[in-house]
Design a protein around this ligand. Structure first.
Ligand code: ARG
Length: 621
């Protein structure tokens, strides 16, 4: 995935990360030697044998100056003040500087991390908000698997930006306005539907029925292909009812648009019925969206005329056979913003929404988590918005507009997901199955008398099982390249081993049970000094110290898979530590407490990392 640059402001650096301090010290040394301010290029060392970090800048700097890189590295190293930070530093290879941290430095960084309420994440340097366009369901339609991705990915990014201390707006741009909805509404009224008892299935049915009833496809084709007056007359009679239904729908739309109370009340009911399923799915998925996030197409209805006017006045839009279009310099196809009959389009609404999000919500970053197939739409909308200058916050800061176009969810046959009976999978089917499978797995394990879940009630097991099932689905969705299609394979996703959500939940629960078994109070553990004597302890600690930087990197790149990768490595480093360093049976009380503290902080970071995916981390599994 190509990383979109999402911020024009330099990210602050995490104070508890030793790389931050190394960066400052080597930057000063480079300035002293070369007189320039250059990035020292501090990287975690590829091999712990050579050190903990390497400083890579000398090679490029020497090239610019046509000097010897090793000699330059030696000079930089000589003038670097590394007191209290490094215990060993040496120039190696073509001109790297290998740095081994002083144990006291790692320990004090870890203490800082443990004391930090934000797990080391620094306060944001950008005071503006982040807007995440997510979910985007359509009224009167079943929520499908694509909306699952828009919801899960959007919520996860929102959580990341919340962790980064940003003000976040989750915007659910519902398809709740326009002719198709009026058609559905008109059909329900014609059919004398009981609006108090409507189900989503009824809405769906009416939606499809209305589409069919108003279709004049054959007649339109007869005209287009000049089928002759006789045939056309025949079709005209046949399509009388379709014409009438369409007229009815258009009248309903006018009543809706003019705020007719009766129709508006019925329309609100359609939204209510549609949204019930969304809120239910959100609860199951542990996704934070509710009515407060609904700002659908209807919200922008009174601003559409203003959009066209603004583009016309600024000379960016022109009339084309009665319609209004925005031409682009670099492509043939213009953006249609008003039809010749005066109607507005999806793009007009999105232009109004861009302006609202940057100017009124103060978003310096607006991320649209929408199906990759809408790429052209967003390219046009963003380009048009930039042309008119709507990519600016109220105080004039530049806003970055990003379409995060995600791939499709496929069945095992690599085709769009279907149920066993061959129908399109609804979201509910899928979530129900995931929760059932998770519960079955948790119950199977609980039958083992040695399992920490043995003896828990059925209700408790079902709760853990649902958390496992949902973790499986979310992790699979978020831990890959978001732009790619992926195969939905519950068997693989739900396994407790391998690259899965349940594996990480299990790692977390294991640490929780070690802490519980220790019999020590949280206060006693938190007060213990860290003691990183063993290589496995140090390796684990260094990875923990990278958590804040990883989170910053996700905010910058929007690559949610970095979280999964980080957590998997964390679980592996923890396993290696636990194997080589006895915790509960440590040699002395001080070591035992120090190791328990390392367990405790690993557990906090694992839980926090999982929460960036909105995955619940049970204490027992
Ligand atoms: N309702 C749209 C659909 O189902 C998605 C809306 C995405 N957001 C936006 N601002 N256009 O395709």
């Amino acid at each position: 995935m190509t990383a979109p640059a999402t911020s024009n402001l330099l990210s602050p650096r995490p104070a508890c990360d030793p790389a931050t301090e190394l960066d400052a010290r080597f930057r000063a040394a480079i300035r002293a030697v070369t007189g320039t301010d250059a990035d020292p290029q501090i990287r975690p060392s590829g091999n712990a044998k050579f050190g903990d970090f390497q400083v890579n800048a000398a090679m490029a700097l020497a090239k610019e100056r046509s000097t010897n890189p090793r000699a330059l590295a030696e000079e930089i190293l000589k003038s670097a003040d590394l007191a209290g930070i490094a215990e060993k530093c040496e120039v190696a290879g073509p001109g790297f500087i290998n740095v081994t941290l002083a144990r006291a430095c790692t320990e004090s960084c870890l203490a800082k991390l443990a004391a930090s309420a934000t797990l080391g994440v620094p306060a944001p340097s950008d005071p503006h908000a982040v807007v995440v366009d997510l979910c985007g369901v359509n009224v009167a339609k079943q929520m499908h698997v694509g909306h699952l991705r828009a919801t899960i990915i959007g919520d996860s990014l929102a959580r990341v930006f919340e962790r980064l201390g940003r003000k976040v707006w989750r915007e659910n741009h519902l398809g709740d306005w326009g002719l198709p909805i009026a058609m559905t509404l008109a059909k329900l009224v014609r059919d004398r539907a009981d609006f108090q008892r409507l189900s989503l299935d009824d809405l769906n049915h009416a939606y499809r029925g209305a589409q069919k009833e108003t279709s004049t496809a054959d007649l339109d084709a007869a005209y287009e292909f000049h089928c002759g007056p006789h045939r056309i007359a025949e079709f005209e009679i046949q399509y009388e009812p379709a014409r009438a239904a369409m007229d009815d729908a258009k009248k309903t739309l006018v009543r809706l648009q003019s705020g007719d109370q009766e129709i508006v009340r019925l329309w609100e009911r359609l939204i209510e019925v549609t949204m019930e399923q969304v809120y239910e799915a959100a609860r199951t998925l542990n996704v934070k969206i509710g009515p407060e996030n609904n700002r659908g197409e209807s919200f922008f209805r009174d601003r559409l005329g203003g959009v066209v006017e603004a583009f016309t006045k600024s000379g960016l839009a022109k009339s084309d056979r009665g319609a209004m279009v925005v031409p682009f310099a670099d492509r043939e196809r213009p953006l249609l913003i008003q039809k010749s009959d005066g109607g507005f389009l999806y793009a007009t609404t999105d232009l109004a929404a861009v302006r609202f999000r940057t100017f009124e919500l103060d978003g310096s970053l607006v991320v649209y988590v929408v199906d990759a197939r809408q790429r052209d739409h967003f390219k046009d909308v963003f380009d048009a918005a930039r042309m008119i200058g709507w990519n600016k916050t109220a105080d004039g800061a530049e806003s970055t507009l990003v379409h995060l176009g995600f791939g499709a969810v496929l069945g095992p046959d690599k085709k769009p997901l279907k149920t066993r009976s061959g129908e399109n999978f609804t979201l509910k089917d899928l979530l129900d199955e995931a929760c059932e499978r998770g519960t079955a797995e948790v119950m199977r394990r609980a039958a083992d008398p040695a399992s920490p879940t043995h003896g828990l009630s059925q209700t408790e097991l079902a709760k853990i099982g649902a958390a496992v099932g949902i973790a499986a689905v979310k992790y699979a969705d978020l831990s890959g390249d978001l732009t790619k299609d992926y195969v939905f394979d519950l068997d693989r996703m739900i396994a407790f081993e391998g690259d899965t959500g349940p594996y990480l939940q299990y790692a977390h629960a294991r640490i929780a049970s070690i802490l519980a078994k220790s019999g020590e109070s949280a206060a006693a553990i938190d007060a213990a000094p860290f003691a990183l004597g063993e290589p496995a302890e140090k390796a684990l600690a260094l990875h923990l110290l990278r958590y804040a930087q990883m989170t910053l990197d996700v905010g910058r790149s929007l690559e949610t898979n970095r979280v999964g990768l980080y957590l998997r490595t964390l679980a592996e480093l923890f396993n290696a530590f636990y194997q080589s360093c006895p915790v509960l049976k440590a040699d002395d009380a001080a070591t035992r407490l120090a190791r328990l503290r390392l367990c405790a902080i690993t557990r906090s970071i694992l839980a926090d990392g999982l929460s960036l995916y909105g995955i619940i981390a049970p204490d027992r599994m």
